[in-house]
Design a protein around this ligand. Structure first.
Ligand SMILES: [Zn+2]
Length: 435
């Protein structure tokens, strides 16, 4: 392994350069064009990484613009590392300190959309594979780096992959936090509605996965705007929900509406939904959260949208049942809009043990696994965990203005990933069937 880390160090400059070049390709999902289902930018980024893999003499595969992969090693068993090339848009580019698609380096930080999520980590994994190849380590498994193109929106890339390709036995997603995430809460996105319209307008929120910071109430040509603060739905306690603010105000003013009553009586600003669920939690992943993501009340419709993240040992059925018990009191109908199963890999699973050991030996840091309400690719597959690239206590720059990755952290990631991949790929004793 000593040699491996020397080789990684030798490629430090190239890792930085390739990440810069990749950031300069604007790969926000765009309109489909022929053979490029997510637009030209994403496809250019995919082609760039594939040709890089080719130039390292690794096996490469490109599938109709949906995904690609880069592979090495021999053996029956297939291990995969999942990463993605698409990025979220850079809102207000002129407010960024440095151009979002510039890949500029300042104060030892590499700036740009995708630097951390997920281009830097993807390049770190690719150079890890190059280093393992150059070190001549005897892999007895195949290692495949999956190149996703549609992670930030609909996961069509990984869905297509699972329809067409060999399913890997186990692996990790390089698109989250260290030390390691072995529990991701179940996700449930619902529409709650009442028949008919109302005598006023209430509108707010736009995406399921965020706490709405704006809500507008209109009655008799007078409008009132409510301003809260946004946060990710998985951490809704960090935000201030503008829809809840509006509902409290309307209730206090005596506005007669069942959805407003429901929000006021059953949810208010309690993002744990205690009135509905009590203390609904487990030690593996923590407490259920519920966020009112959107409201749409007008003369024609009355609906609110909930984003619920529930503990890994609880069932979706139970979550819906408890909600239904309350909703029926208000004549509210529940429609399921989207759902993702939870993910949980026990701490004594060999994959968790190996990755923890690698992280600890490379950093000296505590490797206790963590749980999250967020969703990574890991739950699209069995026996997957999320592993890096963000260090505990470091600023979460993914999806933020001025996104960056610290240069030393980028290289550290290549060291951790190379050791992790080499250890998984050379181990004779472990097999997913025996785990
Ligand atoms: Zn990501």
């Amino acid at each position: 392994m000593e040699i491996l880390s020397d080789i990684v160090n030798k490629y430090s400059k190239d890792i930085i350069l390739s990440t810069q070049e990749l950031i300069r390709i604007n790969s926000v999902n765009g309109n489909p064009i022929e053979g490029k289902p997510f637009g030209k930018g994403v496809d250019d980024a995919l082609q760039y990484v594939i040709s890089l893999g080719k130039s390292f003499d690794l096996k490469t595969h490109y599938y109709e613009g949906y995904y690609g992969y880069i592979e090495m090693g021999e053996g029956d068993e297939l291990i995969a590392i999942l990463a993605h090339l698409d990025v979220v848009p850079a809102e207000n580019p002129d407010r960024w300190k440095y151009p979002p698609f510039g890949g500029e380096i300042h104060d030892n930080k590499l700036y740009g959309r995708g630097a951390l999520d997920d281009k830097g980590p993807l390049i770190a994994v690719l150079y890890s594979m190059r280093a393992i190849q150059e070190a001549g380590l005897p892999l007895n498994k195949r290692i495949r780096l999956f190149l996703g193109t549609n992670e930030e929106t609909n996961w069509q890339c990984i869905e297509k992959y699972l329809q067409v390709e060999e399913v890997p036995s186990y692996g990790f997603v390089a698109d989250s936090d260290y030390p390691l995430i072995n529990a991701e809460k179940g996700l449930l996105q619902l529409k709650l509605s009442i028949k008919g319209g109302a005598s006023f307008i209430l509108k707010g929120g736009n995406a399921f996965n965020s706490v709405p910071d704006k809500c507008i109430y209109i009655k008799d040509d007078t409008s009132t705007e409510f301003t809260g603060s946004t946060a990710h739905s998985a951490k809704c306690w960090e935000g201030e929900n503008a829809i809840v603010m509006a509902a409290i105000k309307l209730y206090d003013e005596g506005v007669n509406n069942k959805l407003i009553d429901f929000i006021y009586n059953e949810l208010k600003d309690d993002c744990y939904g205690t009135n509905i669920y009590g203390i609904f939690e487990d030690i593996e992943s923590g407490r259920l959260t519920v966020n009112i993501s959107k409201v749409n009340i007008s003369e024609k419709v009355q609906e609110i949208f909930l984003d619920i993240r529930y503990p890994v040992t609880k069932s979706k059925k139970e979550v819906i049942q408890l909600l239904e018990n309350k909703c029926s009191l208000y004549e509210i109908v529940i429609d399921e809009m989207d759902t993702l199963p939870s993910l949980y890999i026990p701490k004594d699973h060999f994959l968790v043990k190996i990755l923890r050991e690698v992280f600890h030996s490379e950093t000296g840091l505590d490797s206790q696994p963590i749980s999250t309400g967020g969703a990574t690719y890991a739950r699209a597959l069995k026996n997957f965990v999320a592993f890096g690239p963000l260090f505990p206590g470091h600023k979460k720059m993914a999806h933020q203005q001025d996104e960056f990755i610290d240069i030393d952290i980028l290289i550290k990631n290549a060291h951790i990933y190379s050791k992790a991949i080499a250890t998984l790929g050379m181990d004779n004793k472990i097999s997913v069937n025996k785990a």
